[in-house]
Design a protein around this ligand. Structure first.
Ligand code: GTP
Ligand code: MG
Length: 196
């Protein structure tokens, strides 16, 4: 987080984390397509021919707080494929908030659990505990006929009992609820810090 009091500007980093193909890039594409251009910049995606994220995606979103402070959200996605762990570590550095996008497919149950564990470990390497950082979960692909039930997903992934959102990102469902929630959490933390 970077606060520029002269310019009344706060820079915040939000990272969409999760296993390969869970829908992280889809979330960003929906935000880009649906958000009033007044509030967002250009979407940068770095992907391969197969549309898999290679390094990261990036979208800047701007919100003005009452009192005139401008909050610039730098929203990133990580590449979920197992062998891009080094990229995930880099993208995660300095994150102020995390959206964990889980895949509701039963085939991806283990992948969800593994990458949640990786998230925890990577943060710890960076001196941060998962419970100290604003975090929300998104259970995506709820349209799958055999989607894992929510209790199972919570038991697997939501040990901290944070807010979770059901989504079908490819149909734009749940995307803004999730974004709203993480933005509010990050701003809340920011307010409590600046008051202290
Ligand atoms: N059925 C279904 N498919 C979805 C949903 N959301 C995204 N997809 C599809 O899942 C595939 C992967 O989506 P991406 O957004 O590229 O996934 P990602 O998490 O960015 O993947 P990596 O960049 O490899 O980590 C695409 O074909 C999407 O259209 C959903 O809610 N339901
Ligand atoms: Mg991606």
């Amino acid at each position: 987080m970077f606060i520029d009091t002269k310019k009344k500007e706060i820079n915040v980093k939000i990272v969409y984390y999760g296993p390969a193909l869970s829908g992280k890039t889809t979330n960003l594409k929906v935000i880009y397509a649906k958000l009033n251009p007044k509030f967002r910049g250009e979407l940068v995606t770095v992907d391969t021919k197969g549309e898999r994220t290679l390094y990261f995606d990036f979208l800047p979103v701007e919100v003005t707080l009452p009192g005139g402070f401008k909050v610039k959200f730098h929203i990133y996605t990580v590449p979920g494929q197992v062998f891009y762990k080094a990229s995930r570590k880099l993208v995660l550095k300095g994150a102020d908030g995390i959206v964990f996008v889980a895949d509701s497919s039963p085939d991806r149950r283990e992948a969800n659990i593994q990458i949640m564990q990786e998230l925890k470990e990577t943060l710890e390497e960076q001196g941060i505990t998962l419970d100290s950082i604003p975090l929300v979960l998104q259970y995506n692909k709820r349209d799958l006929p055999n989607a894992l039930d929510v209790d199972t997903l919570n038991a697997d992934l939501n040990h901290l009992n944070v807010d979770y959102f059901l989504a079908v990102a490819s149909q734009e469902k749940g995307v803004f609820e999730t974004l709203d929630a993480i933005v509010k959490l990050v701003i809340k933390k920011l307010m409590s810090k600046t008051k202290a």
